[in-house]
Ligand binder design. Structure first.
Ligand code: ZN
Length: 253
């Protein structure tokens, strides 16, 4: 790593990507902020308005007070369903297209990586893309869920009348084992993990960079706020993700 002083951070990250045989991206809420989806952990912002999601978007409330759960989640579906990917999502899709990125692991449930064109995607907290019947397993795409609501304000299965639940991981629910395992394998085999828009404080994202580092790989961090891995990062970019990632992409071409 010579002449650090003469290259920009974006150029440094571009060089790391170019020389890595296996690169994965790990993304969090920050990658969707430029799309108009605030990080609910940021105080005073949001589509979460005055409700603490940790008291409503829980598996316990879903079962015990399903109407209250949907009163909160139904408008959220509408809000998220209208959002579009931004240049950070698109830059990651482009890196994959160029053969420079193996996969994106995301904590986000908003479908925006998929909308941007990312094909190899691991959604560790699930996705709003579908909702499923908790009794018979029948599944509906987001666009059809609105049609499942009855006068009681609850989405019910059209065949067995069971409760329909978004295929996202609610507070108090187990993480999807297959996705966690896929993320672990990707992290361990990566020569480079690019962490984008995540504070890397919440499991499983918090533990993944450590797997890459332990296996001899490098970690790059592109996010505004501090992370527990800042001292271990080979490159640390602190600008807007929607500007930093296109700059990295530009430095590669
Ligand atoms: Zn059913």
């Amino acid at each position: 790593m010579a002449s650090r002083t003469t290259t920009t951070g974006a150029q440094q990250l571009a060089e790391l990507i170019a020389s890595s045989r296996s690169t994965v991206a790990l993304t969090g809420a920050g990658v969707s902020v430029p799309s108009g989806i605030p990080d609910f952990r940021t105080p005073g912002e949001g589509i979460w308005e005055n409700v603490d999601p940790m008291t409503v978007a829980t598996i316990d409330v879903f079962h015990r007070d399903t109407r209250r759960f949907w009163d909160f989640y139904r408008p959220r579906f509408q809000t998220l369903g209208d959002k579009r990917p931004n240049s950070a999502h698109r830059a990651l899709a482009e890196l994959e297209e160029l053969g420079l990125l193996e996969a994106v692991i995301t904590q986000n449930i908003d479908r925006l990586h998929r909308s941007a064109g990312t094909r190899s995607l691991v959604e560790v907290h699930g996705s709003i893309a579908t909702s499923s019947c908790t009794t018979c397993g029948a599944s509906w795409p987001l666009e059809q869920v609105e049609g499942l609501f009855g006068a009681d304000g609850i989405a019910s299965c059209t065949s067995c009348l069971g409760k329909v639940k978004p295929d996202v991981v609610l507070f108090g629910e187990m993480l999807p084992i297959e996705a966690i395992e896929a993320a672990r394998v990707l992290a361990e085999s990566a020569e480079l993990m690019i962490c984008v828009g995540s504070s890397l404080e919440v499991f499983p994202a918090a533990g993944l960079p450590e797997l890459t580092l332990a296996a001899g790989g490098a970690v790059a961090i592109v996010t505004k706020g501090p992370t527990p891995y800042d001292d271990d990062a080979a490159v640390r970019l602190r600008g807007d993700v929607a500007e930093e990632l296109p700059a990295v992409l530009g430095a590669l071409s």
